[in-house]
Write a protein of this length. Structure first.
Length: 385
């Protein structure tokens, strides 16, 4: 009887050294999925080793041009020298790069490169001119030989088709629902009490304070909202840290807006919170608000769906695709329109409940078990191409 060859999948975890959200959460979830459903057909090799990159504190996260320069040089050497040698040694059939960036040379086996978005082309003003030119060039060089792209929405694919070579295949696989923090008995009440919040008397946003998140639009809408009679007791909770680069950081602007408009007792900046605390906040919020001007997917949408928190989104392409009608929508950057949505969410319990139910249904499109099946089918396709 013919026995199918086991494929060796080499997964690049180097980006975990520098990532705090986004790709870090994706990779942590991908590793968990593999542990949950071990495959006899696929042998996974992680480099660097999981235990090594699990340490969050390292010199790569230190501020300063020298540290950034050393980190960039190390990444270059990792991608162009160390990783190709490792791929040869382990006889990798497919090398998976979840961070846009693959070696520019052919490897033993094929390359699968994940592009989460096209931010590097959409908002060039957020990056250093010389670095951006280099990064665009090297990422496109990395997909020219024996490579395929996987991305996370059809919206992202349409944008990628404008910037990558025509002969590169692009597959779309939606990201899976993450395992949310636990909702133990009394946990929600305790978290809300610690933060001075009341159930369904606050709006929530979770994420890094990047300019593309449009948080100043949310703050302007909230300022108008709390001036409406009957809504003055509501709060806005902005969970997250400043962006790592001053060019696209909006944290100080948000703080200055809050201070200038006497909203200090209405707007909260709790910083980074544990997964369980964030889950509690989702569960108790009147609504999650996603005002972004640019997203590749929008993972908090799935967390909100899972925790029965209704969502208000801007009419940004990826957010519309992921929610697929299971969210209240406002015109991007229009804070008056957003304020109306916030008001409508509060005054119409029936509509709020309808969005919760629609979110539960839409969540089925992001099944965790289906995700690994789709990824492994893609590995098979690439390896046998």
């Amino acid at each position: 009887m013919y026995k199918m060859k086991q494929l060796t999948i080499l997964v690049d975890l180097h980006h975990l050294y520098v990532a705090d959200t986004g790709i870090r959460k994706y990779l942590e979830d991908f590793i968990d999925l593999i542990k949950e459903s071990p495959s006899k057909r696929h042998h996974y090799v992680f480099v660097p080793k999981i235990e090594k990159v699990a340490r969050r504190s390292n010199y790569r996260k230190k501020k300063g041009k020298l540290y950034r320069l050393i980190s960039q040089l190390e990444t270059f050497l990792w991608k162009q020298i160390y990783f190709p040698i490792k791929a040869y040694k382990v006889k990798a059939d497919v090398s998976f790069f979840p961070d846009y960036y693959a070696p520019i040379f052919s490897l033993r086996g094929k390359k699968l490169v994940m592009f989460h978005d096209t931010f590097f082309w959409d908002t060039p003003e957020h990056y250093g001119r010389i670095w951006l030119k280099y990064f665009r060039w090297i990422t496109l060089q990395g997909i020219k030989t024996n490579a395929q792209i996987v991305t996370i929405t059809n919206f992202a694919k349409r944008n990628l088709l404008k910037v990558v070579p025509n002969n590169v295949e692009i597959e779309v696989i939606y990201q899976p629902q993450r395992l949310t923090g636990s909702l133990e008995v009394g946990g929600v009440e305790n978290t809300l009490s610690e933060l001075g919040l009341k159930n369904q008397r606050y709006f929530l946003h979770v994420g890094v304070f990047e300019k593309r998140k449009n948080l100043l639009v949310l703050l302007k809408a909230f300022q108008k909202f709390v001036s409406i009679p009957g809504y003055s007791e509501y709060k806005l909770v902005l969970v997250g840290k400043p962006a790592p680069n001053k060019r696209f950081d909006d944290f100080l602007n948000a703080k200055e807006f809050v201070a200038a408009h006497q909203l200090n007792d209405r707007v909260m900046f709790p910083g980074y919170l544990s997964d369980s605390a964030v889950a509690h906040l989702f569960s108790g919020a009147m609504s999650y608000v996603f005002p972004s001007s640019n997203e590749g997917f929008g993972l908090p949408i799935l967390e909100a769906f899972a925790l029965k928190c209704p969502i208000i989104i801007s009419n940004q392409g990826a957010l519309l695709e992921v929610t697929n009608g299971a969210a209240m929508v406002f015109e991007m950057s229009n804070y008056d329109d957003l304020c109306e949505c916030m008001t409508q969410m509060c005054k119409s319990p029936e509509e709020r409940e309808r969005f919760i139910q629609q979110g539960q249904i839409r969540l089925n499109a992001f099944n965790r078990n289906d995700y690994l099946v789709q990824m492994e089918a893609l590995f098979d396709h690439i390896a046998n191409r």
